[in-house]
Design a protein around this ligand. Structure first.
Ligand code: PEP
Ligand code: MN
Length: 344
């Protein structure tokens, strides 16, 4: 339930409402709003009787929240959240392009690709230092050395950097080094990692689990917000289906659903969805047209030599074309969304 206070409610009245809710054994959360304060009731097991709150001075309304996720839902917060990643703002009426190799392989490789994607118009550099790989025999990432290379990329290009965190042991180091912390598809329901992300002072990029429903994905985000970190960007990266023509199936309808259900920004990773280079540009165009706030795309200066995911990595000239095309699409489609609803 959301208890909405009158615009003229005093801090004393707000305090009295919070105390009443807490005296009934519920947790509360103040919800930011442009005009008035709202107080969310969080840990109620079932429907809440609004009568004890409606009678209190300063209370305007009590709105039941019908979704299992609360803090991430539009019922709790109608306005879009804008997530700040270093100097870059993600969400609302902006298009954010995050690009770079699957993995940081060397100093020269990372710096070469970072300069190429920056010149083409990327706003952020991506690159894995700790790689969660299906096989224990394949390249696992440079680890700590990879983080140092990412720090250098940021220092020398000024681009904010995003990398994946794979466990709670290395969380502190990732958090102090990068601007945006990625939680990958395989860890979307790693609850200790989600709780740690809730305590982080850096924004989180939460990928959808490869077999997760949209409800499960939003509940995973709820863990992070409930833990105190409201800076979460969602990322659709394809789900498992019977299709063999691509590595996964990009669920573009999820973008439209999430924009309606949640105030959090949502971006698309066409690279891991496709698994092959020839699908990445068309899928990116479609992602932006359907309402994604940005894309996360793999680019390599020499994909045939890449230590992971070379087959899906774009050549630099393809990435340049991609940036031009999606900017044009964004310009005509951005205005078609109004606070979660596609306008017709
Ligand atoms: C990645 O972005 O490098 C990655 C491993 O992605 P995902 O978790 O979507 O497979
Ligand atoms: Mn990859």
């Amino acid at each position: 339930m959301l208890v909405v206070m009158d615009q003229k409610a005093t801090p004393h009245q707000v305090d009295a409402v919070v105390k009443t809710i807490e005296s009934l054994g519920y947790a509360t959360r103040a919800i930011p709003g442009g005009q008035r304060v709202a107080i969310g009731i969080l840990n109620n097991p079932g429907p809440v009787d609004p009568s004890p709150f409606l009678a209190l001075p300063g209370v305007k309304d009590a709105i039941p929240v019908t979704r299992p996720y609360k803090l991430v839902s539009r019922e709790f917060q109608a306005e879009d959240t804008v997530v700040r990643v270093g100097s870059v703002a993600v969400g609302n009426s902006r298009l954010t392009i995050m690009a770079g190799p699957c993995a940081v392989e060397s100093d020269t490789q990372a710096m070469t690709i970072a300069r190429l994607v920056q010149n083409a118009g990327a706003h952020m550099f991506r690159g894995g230092a700790f790689k969660p790989r299906t096989s224990p025999y394949t390249f696992q990432g440079l680890g700590e050395q990879g983080l140092e290379i990412l720090a250098r990329v940021r220092r020398e290009t000024g681009l904010p950097v995003v990398t994946e965190v794979v466990d709670t042991d290395t969380f502190d180091r990732v958090e102090e080094t990068v601007d945006l912390i990625q939680i990958g598809t395989r860890n979307m329901q790693n609850f200790s990692l989600l709780r740690r992300a809730g305590r982080a002072r850096k924004p989180i990029l939460l990928k959808r689990g490869m077999s997760a429903t949209i409800d499960e994905w939003l509940m995973a985000a709820e863990y992070i917000l409930e833990g105190g970190n409201s800076q979460v960007i969602l990322c659709e990266r394809g789900v498992r289906t019977f299709a063999h023509h691509s590595r996964n199936t990009l669920d573009l309808s999820a973008v439209a659903v999430v924009r309606k259900e949640s105030h959090l920004p949502v971006i698309v990773d066409p690279s891991h969805a496709a698994g092959r280079r020839d699908q990445v540009i068309p899928l990116s165009r479609a992602a932006v047209a359907v309402g994604a706030h940005g894309i996360l795309v793999e680019v390599h200066h020499a994909p045939e030599k890449a230590m992971s995911d070379g087959a899906q990595s774009l050549y630099p000239h393809q990435f340049e074309a991609l940036c031009r095309q999606i900017r044009a699409i964004f310009d005509i489609s951005a205005g078609t969304w109004e606070s979660g609803e596609p306008s017709v």
